[in-house]
Design a binder for this molecule. Structure first.
Ligand code: SF4
Length: 440
């Protein structure tokens, strides 16, 4: 039953872009101008926000990756960082950002640690100087295990970074080779141990499943190895093979073994839930499993639809009722920032109506597995069950969600089919556009 609850399973990988509702419906220039005016003039009444900074460089490119990133080149990186600093200053001079405080910062990419130590510490210093960052803020930096050497992690730790997220993907060397990951299992483990010795008390690793040539036993060994390292957070993600990529072609020509089908992917996700819960982790959201006393605050804030100021090329943020996406392309981003009228690098922006905010709240809320009925009422002044009666009745009847007086929550089947479930809270016309952009 759990294998065929809809005619076609939509993958985890499109759940985040689905959360950009209703951005692709409205490329409205007025909304962008409205947003700039709004943040210049309006205060937040001391709203707590999160901050995302995108570093689009890596020092080697993994064949499977479909994030927005490019190979590090020193001159371009310097120009990009100069532009980023200008963007930071530009936002921090607005009334809206001046009156916000930041409880979580996420520096992602790409690989932020492909930058030199001084570039990273410079960036952190400027963030601290220009934004009101709470003393207990969670500050995460994404990294890999092959460029965290030479005192870089120590410098991050000394500069207030308190959470690392390592892209490990798998511990199995033969599969690491297929994925063009340049270091070995034992090197990966020793870098993680070194980070623990430095003092990091919140370390996350990304693992991937349904990889080419990966058996169920391989996956179990990866999960057990991660748990053995006593990490605070483990994030299993299914492999997504993007259309038209070199990786997709290598699979098509047989150069790389194919990944297994949906049924195996579902079984591997269920195995992850089971193994990690048995190892003492709690499932914070669809992909983050954390030790009981820990959490990934940035994820909680983002999935709770709280404000997020996103900086850097391709960053996607949410301020007030404005959802926006920055220009994609390192050079295009630099040009925007350097332009004569000192623009904000926003490419696409939508001011959400009350109805759209409710849809968005549900789509993102389902990332967090459960949605609070009280929080919905406090935000919108209406009962969640009055706004979405048909969806809730139907999903509950089919065993995809369960609800009580205080919340609705995904069941195990709901977690497996989460993107399909989230789509039910998305208006049909958006799903149609979305299908064209991201469907098979
Ligand atoms: S290091 Fe991370 S961001 Fe860079 S190419 Fe590999 S998977 Fe992508």
């Amino acid at each position: 039953m759990i294998y065929n609850m809809y005619s076609k399973r939509k993958g985890f990988e499109i759940l985040c872009p689905l959360g950009s509702y209703p951005l692709f419906l409205r490329k409205n220039k007025d909304d962008k101008e409205d947003m700039i005016k709004f943040i210049a003039e309006e205060g937040t009444r001391h709203k707590t926000s999160s901050l995302y900074v995108h570093i689009p460089f890596c020092d080697s490119l993994c064949n499977f990756c479909c994030f927005y990133r490019g190979l590090l080149e020193e001159t371009q990186a310097n120009r990009y960082l100069d532009a980023l600093k200008k963007e930071i200053v530009r936002y921090s001079d607005t009334e809206y950002i001046r009156s916000s405080s930041f409880a979580s910062i996420y520096i992602g990419g790409g690989t932020p640690t492909s930058l030199r130590t001084e570039q990273l510490t410079d960036l952190l210093s400027l963030l601290k100087e220009r934004f009101k960052i709470r003393s207990d803020a969670e500050i995460t930096v994404e990294t890999t295990t092959h460029n965290a050497e030479g005192g870089k992690l120590e410098a991050l730790y000394e500069n207030g970074v308190n959470r690392l997220s390592f892209g490990v993907q798998t511990f199995k060397d033969s599969i690491r080779n297929i994925l063009t990951l340049t270091d070995t299992r034992s090197e990966v483990i020793s870098v993680i141990r070194a980070a623990q010795e430095i003092g990091f008390e919140n370390i996350d690793i990304d693992l991937m499943y349904n990889l080419p040539g990966q058996s169920m036993d391989d996956w179990k060994m990866d999960l057990r190895q991660a748990a053995e390292l006593e990490l605070e957070s483990i994030s299993p993600n299914p492999l997504f093979v993007a259309r038209g990529t070199a990786f997709a072609k290598q699979i098509a020509t047989g150069e790389i073994p194919p990944r297994s089908g949906d049924q195996t992917e579902i079984d591997m996700y269920l195995l992850a839930i089971n193994e990690l819960e048995n190892a003492g982790y709690r499932q914070q959201n669809l992909v983050h499993f954390v030790l009981p006393e820990k959490e990934h605050l940035y994820a909680r804030m983002r999935f709770g639809s709280q404000d997020c100021l996103a900086l850097g090329t391709s960053g996607g943020g949410f301020l007030g009722a404005y959802l926006y996406g920055n220009v994609r392309g390192i050079n295009r981003y630099i040009e925007k920032i350097e332009s004569a009228n000192a623009e904000f690098p926003v490419n696409i922006c939508a001011k959400l109506t009350a109805e759209e905010l409710m849809h968005k709240y549900m789509i993102w809320g389902l990332h967090s597995i459960e949605v609070s009925k009280n929080a919905f009422w406090e935000l919108f002044g209406v009962e969640l069950t009055d706004v979405f009666p048909e969806q809730i009745e139907s999903l509950e009847r089919r065993g995809l969600i369960e609800s009580d007086g205080s919340k609705i929550a995904l069941t195990t089947a709901g977690k497996v089919w989460c993107t399909n479930v989230a789509e039910e809270f998305c208006p049909e016309k958006y799903v149609t556009i979305f299908e064209k952009m991201f469907g098979d």
